[in-house]
Design a binder for this molecule. Structure first.
Ligand SMILES: Cc1ncc(C[n+]2csc(CCO)c2C)c(N)n1
Length: 233
């Protein structure tokens, strides 16, 4: 990622941005996501459709809360352009995902009754709870850091997976969502928002932002595992 160059007393020093540090610390978790059987089999087409259906039903909960959180964070943020981006996220404006998901639910015949009978599973619940915790016990800055892996990891995954695609149509469509130019742009905006928020934060707050990011990366990895194992309470 980008490296900031600063001039201190005539000496040029390069400093990793906070998002560089985040990515570096979360690297093993990200690699584990890239190598997770859910992802590998999505790409080869061998992923059982039951696991993908499970993922979609749980991700529905995640996406709903993700929107809500964008709005709640935006309410507390002062910077007008960040506020605007987050409110757009809350209403699904930078979100091509919603329409795609509605189609997926139709294609896979996931009915309202089935949705009603599916409670939120432990990892989805923990992931969402972590993000609310970062906002209400932490700060809007930490909450933004907690949201970032969602954009960034999926964008990296999309860019990697698009090279080979998937022989299964719905898996191919899923991959394409995360490689689109609009989504890449939204990801880059979110990265610069977190860098901007990190720059004005105290060192302890910066550390807490990195922790929030790493924990979300942990929950991202376990989201695949949750679906692959059909995790239950
Ligand atoms: C567990 C989980 N993590 C990340 C995403 C991806 N995602 C969710 S909302 C959003 C922003 C705009 O669409 C993105 C990229 C997902 N679907 N599920």
């Amino acid at each position: 990622m980008t490296v900031k160059i600063r001039q201190l007393k005539g000496v040029i020093v390069t400093m990793p941005t906070i998002t560089d540090q985040m990515k570096q610390q979360a690297e093993p978790l990200w690699q584990a996501s890239f190598n997770h059987p859910f992802i590998k089999e999505l790409s080869t087409g061998q992923l059982p459709m039951e696991e993908f259906r499970y993922y979609l039903k749980q991700d529905r909960y995640y996406l709903q809360n993700f929107s809500t959180l964008h709005g709640k964070i935006a309410d507390q943020i002062k910077d007008q352009s960040i506020k605007k981006f987050l409110y757009a996220g809350a209403t699904g404006l930078n979100d091509s995902e919603k329409d795609v998901r509605t189609e997926f639910f139709q294609q896979l015949a996931i009915t309202p009754a089935e949705i009603r009978q599916t409670p939120m599973a432990p990892n989805a619940y923990n992931y969402v709870s972590h993000m609310y915790h970062e906002l209400y016990v932490g700060s809007p800055r930490r909450a933004c850091a907690a949201l970032l892996p969602c954009y960034w990891l999926y964008n990296d995954l999309g860019k990697q997976l698009i090279n080979n695609g998937s022989p299964v149509k719905i898996y191919q469509e899923f991959i394409e969502t995360y490689d689109s130019p609009e989504f890449t742009e939204a990801t880059n905006t979110m990265i610069s928002i977190v860098d901007q928020l990190g720059e004005s934060a105290e060192p302890d707050e910066q550390k807490a932002m990195v922790t929030a990011f790493v924990r979300s990366s942990y929950y991202e990895l376990h989201f695949w595992e949750m679906a692959y194992e059909e995790q239950k309470w």
